[in-house]
Design a protein around this ligand. Structure first.
Ligand code: GTP
Length: 382
């Protein structure tokens, strides 16, 4: 049975600094929509019990980093487009006031996709300018700059585009010399540019009205290609800002480490940066080594001579003496036995990994699974 994990409520630590440009008026000129309704299948089994944006990253739910960035840009009116495990968001964030936001929730009973999710919140939209975020993007771009580009170009839609070294796994988006988008190529093997869709958009409200209502719609596969074929003005805001889609274990681990080390900026963390981040109530035994942006959650225990490199240890997990955990996620209350080796692996909540087990290269252990001592190995020297 899949159960829902209890998430620790927002604490004063999660609060963000005062914004540069607050909007305290009754009708804001900009509203933000954050899409958080996906099932996060690529991050299973962690997303069996919590939605992807609520997974802890550097001590707070991932979504808190994004919300604090929105708040930092002076935008306070935020609508979360929820579907999968919708109640987890409202139970944790409530009305958003602890983050300095006015937060509302619109829930799809059946997931409507990224475009359908945007269309579904239309009734809550009163501003002319609507910022839309994929809820799983860790980014460092200046949101105000994206809005400025939108205002200056007068476009129907402005897309944040980021330059990456290998664009093939993403939506590739070429622009002309004026910055206007000329094509939208989802995951092409022969990308004509290194600019990719960064999952942040600015829509004119009237354009959202044109998205078909009441059925699943993909903004990437349907809405943008249609707008381009109709000659609508879709503009690109290109930059080199920090950017990472947190959708896979590999990206989640690296994004978390980048937050801990201050490579990925987050107003939710302030200047708490270093090689590791150990939360209150956690115990780290003498001789344990924590490097590479490792995070140790509340109440977790790290044994003597354990070596954690780029590890994400959720609350209450136990890493026994001499175990090695590299670039891996260890779920809530899971245990890694003495001298086990865990590398590029996801261990589900409450799983129990016996002594000297070896889990490598994309292994995923489902919640509650118990592996006996020496139960899985890649070498023969027990
Ligand atoms: P995977 O199943 O691993 O692909 O993850 P996902 O379900 O989150 O899908 P994807 O990464 O493509 O989604 C990008 C963003 O859009 C995420 O923040 C999702 O939460 C969100 N999203 C995806 N599908 C829906 C949907 O049907 N409704 C809403 N409201 N949001 C969605």
């Amino acid at each position: 049975m899949v159960t829902t994990r209890k998430v620790t409520p927002v604490t004063s630590e999660d609060r963000v600094d005062e914004p540069r440009d607050d909007q305290s008026g009754a009708s804001p000129s900009v509203q933000a929509v954050v899409l958080v309704g996906g099932k996060g299948t690529r991050l299973r089994p962690l997303t069996l019990s919590a939605p992807k944006p609520m997974l802890p990253t550097a001590g707070v739910p991932f979504l808190t980093h994004l919300l604090s960035r929105i708040r930092e840009a002076g935008i306070t009116d935020v609508i979360l487009g929820t579907s999968f495990q919708a109640h987890v968001f409202s139970e944790y964030y409530g009305d958003g006031s602890k983050l300095g936001l006015r937060l509302r929730y619109v829930t799809e009973t059946e997931p409507l996709g990224t475009g359908g999710g945007i269309r579904n919140v239309l009734d809550e939209l009163t501003a002319d300018t609507i910022l839309v975020f994929n809820g799983d993007v860790l980014g460092g771009t200046d949101v105000r700059e994206v809005l400025n580009t939108h205002e200056e170009s007068g476009a129907d839609v402005t897309m944040h585009l980021v330059r990456v070294s290998d664009p093939r796994a993403f939506g590739c988006v070429p622009t002309d010399e004026t910055g206007r988008v000329t094509a939208f190529l989802e995951k092409t093997q022969d990308p004509p540019t290194d600019q990719i869709n960064a999952g942040t958009y600015v829509f004119r409200r009237s354009v959202i009205e044109e998205i078909p209502a009441g059925r699943p719609v993909s903004v990437e596969r349907e809405v943008f290609p249609k707008f381009l074929s109709e000659g609508r003005h879709v503009h690109g805001h290109v930059d080199h800002a920090y950017w990472r889609d947190m959708g896979t274990p590999d990206d989640f681990v690296h994004g978390s480490a980048d937050l801990v080390r201050g490579i990925a900026p987050s107003p939710a963390l302030g200047d708490r940066h270093g090689e590791s981040l150990v939360h209150e109530g956690a115990g780290v035994a003498p001789g344990a080594v924590l490097i590479g942006g490792t995070v140790v959650g509340r109440g977790a225990e790290i044994g003597p001579r354990a070596r954690l490199d780029g590890a994400v240890i959720f609350d209450g997990a136990v890493i026994e003496a001499g175990a090695v955990v590299e670039r891996s996620i260890v779920g809530f209350g899971a245990r890694v036995g003495p001298r086990a080796l865990i590398r590029d692996t996801v261990i589900g909540d409450g799983a129990d990994i016996g002594a000297r087990c070896e889990l490598l290269r994309g292994a995923r252990v489902w919640p509650g699974v118990q592996l006996p001592d020496n139960g899985i190995r890649f070498s023969t020297d027990v």
